[in-house]
Design a protein around this ligand. Sequence first.
Ligand code: GDP
Length: 278
Amino acid sequence: MEQEKIRNIAIIAHVDHGKTTLVDQLFKQSGMFRDNQVVKERMMDCNDLERERGITIASKNGSFHYKDYFINIVDTPGHADFGGQVERILRMVDGALLLVDAAEGPMPQTYFVLKKALALHLPIIVVINKIDKPSARPDWVLNEVFDLFVKLDAPHHILDFRVVYASAKEGYASKDENVREGDMTPLFEKIVNNLPSPKGDINAPLQMLVNSIDHSSFLGRLAIGKISNGQISINQDVLVATGSDDFVPSRITKIYRFEGVNKVETESASAGEIVAVA
Ligand code: GDP
């Protein structure tokens, strides 16, 4: 896959600010689903514990195509309890959407993840969602976000963030806070034009940063992560760095890409791609 055309992005949001609705809408409008197909599976659904505590626990991956771009969405846990995982996940992406409710503004539970993202100098697009609500107060919310960035020591170039006003529910986005119609094109365009592609060296030796483990009843454990450099293919011999000084020799038996909400088998993948491998 051509690295220039890949965007790996995280979405940072407080629970209920509309992350699931936004991702569903981006998937739908990017044509990942046929018009008459009901989207049965919400990509990032919340379980009760998440709702209760105001956090997202699991981390899920999915992707969609926009024009000739391949956009990977990486979910982030929204809470400090998952500090190590947050770091690893944010190291897979090259930019983030900060999704904020147009009436409520940013909530303290997202500060931790946002601070980590700012520390990694990730460019951020601020999406002020639920602009359709009568109680929406986008100017106030934008000020709150700006103050928060300053408080969290955002680097100067990141303070100059882009803003998109959206209704994930009604399916439109705009640079203009007064617009109440249209589609998600302005947000798609901001993502591909303002967030960078990954920067790995395809010709370097293989390095893959594993950030989570999935289980398959057929294949056992699957390592999910980003190929930082080089290329990976089936039957390749690799060393697994376990965190101690040990390196465990292993062989790659399967490689999957995330297409929509599914894993699709592939023979090989290269720097910049997010894959699951057995
Ligand atoms: P998540 O917890 O961040 O994944 O939030 P959800 O996507 O589940 O949305 C939480 C609630 O907000 C749901 O009832 C959605 O229908 C509603 N919601 C999401 N986006 C919008 C929006 O743009 N406008 C309005 N009015 N409601 C929205």
